[in-house]
Design a protein. Structure first.
Length: 34
């Protein structure tokens, strides 16, 4: 039905299930900016 109206399936950015939020925030704080 949505396809007939011109809509397409859009999903959110995938996240790995084993990903650790603390590791991500630590990386964001220590990685250098471009």
């Amino acid at each position: 039905m949505l396809d007939a109206l011109g809509f397409s399936h859009i999903s959110a950015r995938p996240r790995h299930p084993a990903q650790d939020a603390g590791t991500i925030t630590a990386f964001k704080k220590t990685s250098r900016r471009r």
